[in-house]
Design a binder for this molecule. Sequence first.
Ligand code: DAT
Ligand code: MG
Length: 151
Amino acid sequence: MANEKTLILVKPDGVQRGIAGQVIGRLEATGLRISGMKLLQISDELAAEHYGEHVGKPFYSGLVAFITSGPVVAICLDGPGAISIARKVMGSTNPAEAAPGTIRGDLAVEIGRNVIHGSANEEDAAREVALYFSEDELVDYTRAIDDWLIE
Ligand code: DAT
Ligand code: MG
């Protein structure tokens, strides 16, 4: 599969609940590589850029209020099929519909407090990774285990 980068956020609910480590651990366990990671407070401006596609929807103002309500952990993951693999591990947007074994299925109950963001497609991923990380904040490195993960 093509090597991809994807942008993950552990949302403010995940940080406040003390489950950021669990969320990151589930993603790490796939074998995808962490190539960038930081804690930050999202500004209104960054939230508006990030969630531009949702402007005008009834949940938009609540979504921006929530995502700016406390710090998030931003992570750039990369590897073969990183975008869809991360989405699969996250589960459906609404935790009530997310499968057991997924982050949202196991660790959340409501759509407005669904713990994690992950880029939806290649175009979003490129845009979102660049929103949160400068080039020099992303590290390209080899892991000793790479040959056991990637053919
Ligand atoms: P996802 O986060 O799975 O990519 P999305 O891009 O459709 O989902 O929506 C972004 C976030 O907005 C989502 O994680 C939670 C919130 N959201 C989406 N639909 C909603 C709805 N119908 N009511 C309340 N919040 C919603
Ligand atoms: Mg989305």
